[in-house]
Design a binder for this molecule. Structure first.
Ligand code: G3P
Length: 200
């Protein structure tokens, strides 16, 4: 029963569409109409620029941190923390407030991983930055970084529960990148560039 409470609470927090709220309230822009049409920090960077993107990233990451803290507080076990993290990522990716649509789960997932496995966070973040710098494809960097989460957890002997979480979280992130994967394969994925709002 406690685990269910953790999952539902963290899912509801994860469902808060920060990118959409920040875009609409402060810039009068619905991110779902522009660029990749994603509500995450990458599309906020692409359409609105670095500052709004930083806020979207930070607030989305906080949802992941909150999910784990909810697990800690209510369930008080590693499994509860993991469920809290999963709930937050699921809420972000399939938000109840957006008709079960949502983002890709990268920033929220990073917030969760930062709480569960800080060393893994540093490793995958550094790899993510290197790939973005070399290719300018954020999606490619996110997909590879997500896949490397369980691998790094395994190499660093993280708790078994967290390793399973890493596998599931990586799957959640990769599944949500399906449109990006299709664009990458057809050579139509856009390279990252700040504040380049295009027509819907
Ligand atoms: O974190 C999301 C990123 O990997 C892709 O974002 O807007 O290019 O679909 P976007």
């Amino acid at each position: 029963m406690e685990y269910l409470l953790v999952i539902v609470t963290s899912y509801l927090i994860g469902s808060i569409p920060n990118g959409l709220i920040i875009g609409q309230k402060f810039y009068n822009v619905d991110l779902r109409q522009f660029g990749s049409k994603n509500i995450g920090a990458t599309n906020a960077y692409r359409i609105l620029g670095p500052w709004p993107a930083s806020w979207v990233f930070l607030t989305d990451a906080i949802k992941g941190i909150a999910g784990v803290l909810i697990g800690q507080y209510i369930g008080q076990t590693a499994v509860a923390e993991m469920f809290g993290g999963m709930g937050a990522i699921a809420g972000h990716n399939w938000s109840i407030l957006l008709g079960f649509k949502g983002g890709r789960g990268v920033a929220t997932g990073l917030g969760v991983i930062a709480m569960l496995a800080p060393k893994v966070t540093i490793i995958v973040f550094v790899i993510w930055v290197i790939i973005v710098c070399f290719t300018r494809y954020v999606s490619l960097a996110s997909i590879i970084a997500a896949a490397l989460v369980p691998v790094s957890m395994w190499l660093l002997n993280s708790r078994q529960e967290f390793f399973y979480f890493g596998v599931l979280a990586a799957l959640f992130v990769i599944i949500r990148h399906r449109p990006n994967i299709e664009r990458l394969l057809t050579g139509t994925e856009s390279k990252i560039k700040a504040g380049s709002k295009t027509e819907p």
